[in-house]
Design a binder for this molecule. Structure first.
Ligand SMILES: C[S@@+](CC[C@H](N)C(=O)[O-])C[C@H]1O[C@@H](n2cnc3c(N)ncnc32)[C@H](O)[C@@H]1O
Length: 211
């Protein structure tokens, strides 16, 4: 199944421009990954399943609205921020990472895809200024320290769909211990309820409401 067919299967309303942007990602990452390693070799082979579709799991849980601000913490090569930004062209995205060369790759992707609603910053998450409706992330740290880094950066409230602002974190595997140390309410959304590939069997989105 080619790249866009996989994404379109679960997101059937993509525009021609969005399909083209997803299609272009593979060659852009292949080219940049030779200079600066941001995705493992295996990851590049499975770019659309393990990086793009996984990132878009967040979109199955929450539809970002025009004008909302979303922060991607520890974006690395741009995940989950870049696929989400392609899907939501009217939402503003800030992608941060503490490693400058990763932000260099993200900036190249942003430029090549002409994603004018995306801003990439070389910064530690704890030091980012600004306030956001949602904070997204994958594979950066445990939920408890992550929450302390970012909780004050969320604009408390609820969107017009009744979904609380807050954190949307992509996690996998057994979360029992990790969530036990986190003394706050949260909700888990298993991605297997949206995507049928085995890869998603243990994957979840953790939503921490800051209302
Ligand atoms: C394993 S990578 C994950 C990258 C990307 N989120 C993904 O899933 O492909 C973790 C990233 O988090 C970044 N990172 C770790 N601590 C950070 C912090 N305090 N502020 C900003 N970035 C951080 C690292 O530089 C690294 O790029």
């Amino acid at each position: 199944m080619d790249s866009v067919t996989l994404i379109s299967r679960y997101f059937p309303h993509l525009t021609t421009r969005q399909k083209q942007q997803f299609r272009e990602l593979q060659s852009i990452y292949r080219e940049w990954n030779q200079k600066i390693n941001v995705i493992s070799r295996k990851g590049i082979e499975h770019l659309y399943l393990k990086h793009c579709l996984h990132s878009l799991g967040i979109a199955k849980v929450c539809t970002f609205l025009p004008g909302q601000q979303v922060l991607d913490v520890g974006t690395g090569g741009g995940f989950p921020g870049i696929p989400l930004a392609i899907l939501f062209p009217d939402t503003h995205f800030t992608l941060v990472d503490s490693i400058g060369k990763k932000i260099k790759v993200v900036n190249a992707v942003v430029k090549q895809l002409d994603l004018q609603h995306v801003n990439a910053i070389h910064q530690r998450a704890e030091r980012v200024d600004g306030r956001f409706h949602f904070i997204v992330s994958r594979a950066v740290t445990r939920i408890k320290p992550f929450f302390h880094w970012v909780e004050k950066k969320v604009i408390p409230g609820m969107d017009q769909n009744g979904f609380s602002h807050g954190i949307l974190y992509l996690k996998g595997g057994d979360l029992t211990e990790e969530m036990k140390e986190f003394n706050r309410a949260y909700q888990l959304f298993p991605l297997s309820q949206y995507f049928e590939e085995d890869f998603f069997d243990t994957k979840v989105v953790v939503h921490i409401a800051i209302a």
